[in-house]
Design a protein around this ligand. Structure first.
Ligand code: NOJ
Ligand code: MG
Length: 593
């Protein structure tokens, strides 16, 4: 009898915990209310791509004075901290991600004085500035690389140098089959040094050797140098590729296996990436950088300096970046799930999976974050469709944790048209005119659209470095701010709500895909208002009953706080929860307050 009862209880528990989650499952967070949150846990992060943000001197290229002149704009839309893609001295092969002097500013962007002015003005406005830290590689024009090629003392092992292999005919071949991100071998022969060097990105971006303590120290020195200039932290570039596996005792690097994902042998995804990404040593290096940040704060005081990590790694790896029970790591490893998991179209069930994949894997006590776009992926409005921009901006702001906006997504900028002849991105230029569009990152990097003037108000130049997108006369800051309803107004209302709502900052959450189209999030906190986000991400109109299908404890009506641009529903009016009709792309934020 007892054993039967025990078996019954065990089976029930097994069923509850081990059954695969239904696709339309509902996720409930049971975390207790937390202590006072720090600025980065509830803040709005904003990515500036300086080359395309604002040009102050009419050369067609954005610059630091341009950024400084627009800081008030960032303040006005409610940004907490802006991170700048690289502004350091660079031959611009990969537009600043190939740095030749990590301690100075690229002349076409300005001077160190311009940078100090930017920091000072940001401080006056209470805006935080975060820099891009590119630890994996330098430019081949850096002094370090030149010295390393020449085997100068102290620089011999600054990069990953390896002897050649030879095939049966005596031809020189690279040390392994590893592929770089922009097509072709990750190894380049250097005539002078008579060795190959590793480059996970372009030939002009040699990988630094993190197994050399002098490199580790140099890179920490760079962090300290810019912290001393008053920056609030770093976005760390390409972190999962920092370390590669060690060669064997004969100095031979093992080959990667084929992935089976593509037949194109020059495409990086032709091979698995087990040996050149996601190594355990990289996690430790993040923890070491965190120590640098915390030491700086302890010594100089002030607000927390943050580490944001660029990572497209799987959850088992990314989640370790946060730290463990004894050691702190990154404040926020970027969560790109809303980009990577929605690449082939958006639906409520795909969004559910993207959200689950972060929140259900995140270690307790850590802070989530939501990124919808960046300078490496097509524009959100192009990927999701302009009619879904508001619904997606709402999602990023209503889900728990920090929100991250790529410049222009607040006004619904779409991908610009960039022809093969106009292409600048090495990811495109390393291909050919028939396939470049699949690889090019130029369309999401076209100049920011400020107004209806020449070059969308970005520059007075005859020609800008990339062409301005065609739709700038309707999609721009000035026109949208003057309109009754616009993407930027939705965005600003969302930020205002986040800033004022304890529920959004501290509340628990529950979310559900009601079907393929409808996604709902509830945020709630004892003693505060309840907030509901609901959107139709599908391709057909829907009418739904939220009280029976989602949460029976909801009231009969709630107030419409924010509605997407094309919605016919009036903000400030009440909405019957058992009968909500939603057009394609329509998004609503409701509140009990
Ligand atoms: C990631 C950056 O976001 C991308 O733009 C760059 O090309 C690579 N890292 C290499 O630094
Ligand atoms: Mg300029």
């Amino acid at each position: 009898m007892f054993s039967q009862l025990r078996r019954y209880i065990l089976t029930t528990l097994l069923l509850i915990f081990c059954l695969p989650r239904s696709h339309w499952a509902c996720t409930l967070n049971s975390g207790a209310q937390e202590k006072q949150k720090d600025w980065w846990q509830t803040g709005q992060f904003y990515q500036i791509y300086p080359r395309s943000f604002m040009d102050s001197d009419g050369d067609g290229i954005g610059d630091l004075k341009g950024v400084t002149s627009k800081l008030e704009y960032l303040k006005d839309i409610g940004v907490t901290a802006a991170w700048l893609s690289p502004i350091f001295t660079s031959p611009m092969v990969d537009f600043g991600y190939d740095i030749s002097d990590f301690y100075d500013i690229q002349p076409e962007y300005g001077t160190m004085d311009d940078f100090r002015e930017l920091i000072a003005r940001a401080k006056e406005l209470d805006l935080k500035i975060i820099l891009d830290f590119v630890p994996n590689h330098s430019s081949n024009e850096s002094e370090w690389f030149k010295k390393s090629v020449a085997r100068e003392r102290g620089y011999e092992d600054y990069y990953v140098w390896v002897d050649a292999r030879y095939d049966e005919n005596g031809n020189r071949i690279p040390p392994s089959n590893w592929l770089q991100a922009f097509r072709g071998s990750a190894w380049e022969w250097n005539e002078q040094r008579q060795q190959y060097y590793l480059h996970q990105f372009t030939v002009q971006q040699p990988d630094l050797n993190y197994r050399n303590p002098a490199v580790v120290n140099q890179m920490k020195r760079i962090l300290r140098y810019w912290l001393e200039q008053g920056v609030a932290g770093f976005r760390c570039d390409a972190v999962p590729v920092l370390f590669e596996v060690l060669p064997d005792e004969n100095g031979i690097y093992p080959d990667e296996e084929k992935s089976g994902l593509t037949n194109d042998p020059d495409d990086r995804s032709y091979l698995k990436l087990d040996l050149i990404e996601n190594q355990p040593e990289t996690i430790d290096m993040i923890y070491q950088w965190r120590q640098v940040m915390d030491d700086h704060q302890r010594i100089y005081g002030g607000d927390t300096r943050v580490l944001l990590i660029e990572t497209y790694a799987p959850a088992w790896y990314t989640m370790q970046m946060y730290g463990n029970s004894t050691t702190e790591g990154a404040h926020l490893p970027f969560n790109f799930n809303l980009i990577t998991e929605l690449e082939n179209g958006v639906s409520a069930t795909k969004v559910l999976k993207a959200v689950d994949d972060w929140l259900l894997n995140m270690p307790a006590g850590r802070t989530a974050n939501w990124v919808m776009g960046n300078h490496d992926r097509g524009r959100a409005a192009t990927r999701f469709g302009p009619e879904r921009v508001d619904a997606m901006n709402m999602l990023v702001m209503i889900l728990p944790g920090a929100s991250v906006t790529y410049q222009g997504d607040e006004i619904g900028m779409t991908d610009g048209d960039v022809s093969w002849e106009e292409s600048k991105d090495p990811a495109a230029c390393n291909t050919n005119s028939s396939i470049y569009q699949k690889y090019s990152r130029d369309p999401e990097r076209t100049p920011f659209q400020w107004n209806t003037e020449k070059n969308a108000g970005f520059s007075t130049a005859t020609q800008t470095w990339l062409p301005v997108a065609d739709n700038y006369e309707t999609v721009n800051v000035e026109v949208e701010l003057a309109a009754d309803r616009s993407h930027i107004k939705v965005y600003k209302s969302l930020v205002e709500l986040r800033d004022s709502s304890k529920t959004l900052q501290y509340g628990d959450w529950k979310y559900k895909a009601l079907n393929e189209n409808i996604f709902v999030v509830k945020r709630y906190l004892s003693g505060s208002e309840t907030i509901i986000y609901i959107s139709n991400l599908g391709d057909s109109a829907e009418t739904i009953d939220l009280t029976t299908n989602f949460d029976t404890t909801l009231p009969e009506t709630m107030n419409i706080k924010i509605s997407s641009v094309d919605s016919k529903k009036t903000e400030g009016s009440t909405l019957q929860l058992n009968n909500i009709s939603l057009e394609v792309g329509e998004g609503l934020v409701l509140s009990t307050a």
